[in-house]
Design a binder for this molecule. Structure first.
Ligand code: SAM
Length: 302
């Protein structure tokens, strides 16, 4: 395992998985068992059972999801937009091959159709076979439709329309790079029903400010409301994670708390992170992140 920077053995014989995403910074997790380590048609897939975070999936050396904290990201990218909107029937997820986000979306009885467009069958096959605890069998839900394709091509050619579109992608390196472009976002806007919302995973601004600024810049040229909201995912190291928000329905980010509470109760969801109060607070940004959003809006002439 010498040459393999992501899986190493220390002098005491302990195995470590190390994420190699940020310049000059690495996060390491002690490994109990290497469950899978191979190349899929698109990327290197590593899955390990760790001492501190349960099962962990990494793609090309970047941590994607862990059993210990997946609920944060998946609840905030599903319940927040769905309860803000209030009448979601059709959802599109681009990426999301682990099934964790789809599982949360399908908890809403109002959802009639969920289309997931994932480029890499290797990720889906692994999750489907070896990670039931994460997806809870959502791939077999009659409302669920899987399309194995590049999200860029799907968005450019589809004639479907959706209330919510979530880009649950890897970071803008490798196959996901195309999912952080003006053309792709423009195609996604075309697939939105009036008043619909486009959401993106935008990394951790402490390390990845340009990623957020780029998305806000593009959203500002497409939507009346362009910005982000926040969540804290322990394995996305660096503090707040930014979730991009683009919609023409400017009222959606300010739904009164009483209405959010009523919708949350009506949906009878059991959550570990999402609450209506946290929802209402999630759009409040620390100054350094507000400045990143402002910079994107300014560059777009807003
Ligand atoms: N929550 C994770 C994060 O924030 O880093 C993302 C998890 S999910 C596993 C990311 C998925 O995006 C992967 O399964 C990857 O194969 C998929 N993906 C990457 N590029 C894609 C593309 N161009 N079209 C569709 N799916 C893509």
């Amino acid at each position: 395992m010498g040459t393999n920077v992501n899986l190493t053995t220390d002098a005491d014989g302990r195995v470590w998985y190390t994420e190699t995403l940020h310049e000059g910074f690495r996060a390491s997790y002690e490994v109990k068992e290497v469950v899978y380590d191979s190349n899929t048609p698109h990327q290197r897939l590593i899955v390990v059972d760790t001492v501190s975070f349960g099962r962990l999936m990494a793609l090309d050396g970047v941590t994607q999801v862990t059993t210990a904290d997946e609920y944060v990201y998946h609840e905030m990218l599903s319940h927040l937009p769905i309860l803000a909107h209030g009448n979601v029937k059709d959802v599109l997820i681009i990426g999301g091959g682990d099934g964790g986000l789809a599982e949360e979306v399908l908890k809403h009885r109002s959802i009639q159709r969920l289309v997931m467009v994932e480029i890499d069958p290797g990720v889906i096959d692994f999750a489907r076979t070896h990670w039931q605890a994460l997806h809870q069998g959502c791939f077999d839900d009659p409302r669920f439709k899987l399309v194995v394709a590049d999200g860029k091509d799907f968005a450019a050619t589809s004639s479907d329309r959706f209330d919510i579109i979530v880009i649950d992608s890897t970071d803008p390196i490798g196959p996901s790079e195309v999912l952080f472009t003006k053309d792709f976002y423009t195609d996604c806007k075309r697939l939105l029903k009036p008043g619909g919302v486009l959401l993106t995973q935008n990394g951790v601004p402490f390390f990845q400010a340009d990623e957020l600024k780029n998305t806000v810049y593009n959203f500002a040229r497409l939507f009346a409301d362009a910005g982000c909201y926040l969540a804290v995912v322990p394995t996305y190291v660096g503090g707040f994670m930014a979730l991009g928000w683009g919609t023409d329905n400017v009222a959606l980010r300010n739904v009164p708390l009483a209405k959010l509470k009523a919708r949350f109760a009506e949906a009878s969801l059991k959550t570990l992170y999402y609450t209506p109060e946290l929802h209402a607070a999630a759009f409040a940004l620390p100054a350094f992140i507000a400045e990143v959003v402002e910079a994107g809006l300014r560059e777009a002439g807003r």
